[in-house]
Design a protein around this ligand. Structure first.
Ligand code: FIX
Ligand code: ZN
Length: 407
């Protein structure tokens, strides 16, 4: 294969291979209010809210009193009209509009009109967006402690054949104020490990997750004589092992450092990698999907993954999800791990986010693959189109699916 053919071949494969998006906050249309799409939802994404509240004169308390379309008007005015939309999240809005063939009107109402013409049939619209991004499956973040979501599970609303798949988010076990919770019309008390295990078994039965998930700031220490360690070691880890479910641990989000900003108020902290090292070493029969929020932690995590095959690093999370860090982290991971990691997840909260988050990632992946494969060709390696296809399939889906299946 020559250099020119290589470029076209990579481009075609990167854009046409189907993706398994392993962590999102999306829901299918059957979850009614939780299914988010359209320009007002896109503009009131918490990434943009954080950006607007630092430049506008409207105080957070006032902003939250506005109706959603007024909040969207405000974001549009401040971040797109009064200033150029340069940040990753605001450029993302323009990418979405481009891909949906909606002109970049400065008048937001005109954009709203265009959206109203295409979002009418929600199921068809989901299919359209997934086709644009070339995504086959989306993993939701299913939180039994969230009342707004819980009611759908209680009524067995979920269509198990949809593109949407499930994961069981358990942060609520550590933060939950009450010791009782209702799930599927059953009341569970969560005051000891045995009862928590019963609750988790019912959640797993009901939600049928691909993996269990938690997030921790650097306040999580392992080992330690505290409630987190007790819940983790007496309930979550034994169950995850028994059911052969990976535990996804998202490390380094410091929650609510400015609570006035609500969901937009979380920050970042570096995490003591020695805690993760000890955990993965003590629980070699458990599988861990790990993503870390701090840039400083990325190299250590990658080195740790070389030592522990029960660690699968995934995604370039949240504030890191911009070209500079995606490029740096993906290059570093590839140099140390080959393609034995999961390079990206979208973390989309609004359906159309899939378009820009995956679109941006593919541009970077394209150039990284070109560099790596060029080197192989220069060294005389016999590289075929099907080799490249196999590698991209591994990155986009197979590494995840094989990790799930691994015993
Ligand atoms: O904890 C998480 O899953 C985070 O991804 C979210 O809490 C965060 O708000 C987010 O949407 C980041 O992209
Ligand atoms: Zn998330």
């Amino acid at each position: 294969m020559n250099q020119l053919k290589l470029k076209d071949c990579i481009n075609k494969i990167v854009n046409n291979t189907i993706i398994h998006d392993i962590h999102t906050h999306l829901f299918p249309p059957s979850f009614e209010d939780l299914f988010l799409c359209g320009i007002d939802e896109i503009l009131t994404y918490h990434y943009l809210i954080a950006e607007v509240l630092r430049v506008s004169n409207v105080k957070p308390k006032e902003f939250w009193k506005l109706e959603k379309h007024k909040q969207a008007d405000h974001v549009w005015q401040e971040l797109f009209i009064k200033r150029s939309p340069l940040s990753e999240a605001s450029t993302g809005v323009l990418i979405i509009l481009n891909k949906l063939n909606i002109p970049l009107y400065k008048d937001l109402n005109k954009i709203r009109e265009k959206f109203s013409l295409i979002t009418g049939n929600k199921e068809e619209y989901v299919k359209r967006i997934l086709d644009i991004a070339n995504i086959q499956n989306i993993v939701m973040t299913n939180d039994p402690f969230n009342d707004a979501e819980n009611k759908y599970w209680n009524n067995l609303f979920f269509d198990k054949n949809s593109y949407f798949q499930t994961s069981l988010r358990l942060d609520g076990l550590f933060n939950h104020k009450n010791t009782a919770i209702k799930l599927n019309n059953k009341l569970f008390s969560l005051d000891n490990s045995e009862k928590i295990t019963d609750f988790l078994l019912d959640c797993i039965e009901l939600i049928n997750p691909l993996y269990l998930a938690v997030s921790f700031s650097n306040e999580f220490k392992y080992p330690a004589d505290d409630k987190i360690n007790q819940i983790l070691t007496e309930t979550i880890l034994p169950l995850a092992k028994e059911k052969n479910l990976p535990l996804s641990i998202m490390l380094g989000a410091k929650r609510s450092i400015n609570s006035e900003l609500r969901l937009a108020g979380d920050g970042v902290c570096t995490f003591g990698i020695n805690n993760l090292e000890k955990l993965c070493s003590d629980y070699k029969d458990n599988k861990f999907l790990i993503t870390m929020l701090s840039r400083e932690n990325q190299y250590e995590l990658t080195v740790l993954a070389r030592k522990f095959s029960n660690i699968m690093p995934f995604g370039v999370w949240w504030f890191l999800n911009n070209p500079l860090f995606i490029s740096e982290i993906t290059r570093m991971r590839t140099s140390l791990l080959g393609f034995s990691y999961i390079p990206q997840h979208s973390d989309s909260r609004v359906l159309e986010h899939l378009i820009y988050k995956w679109g941006n990632f593919k541009i970077i992946l394209n150039s990284i693959l070109l560099e790596h494969y060029t080197k192989l060709l220069e060294l005389g390696w016999d590289l075929t189109e099907s080799d490249i296809k196999r590698d991209v399939v591994n990155l986009y889906s197979a590494n995840f699916l094989e990790f799930l299946d691994r015993k």
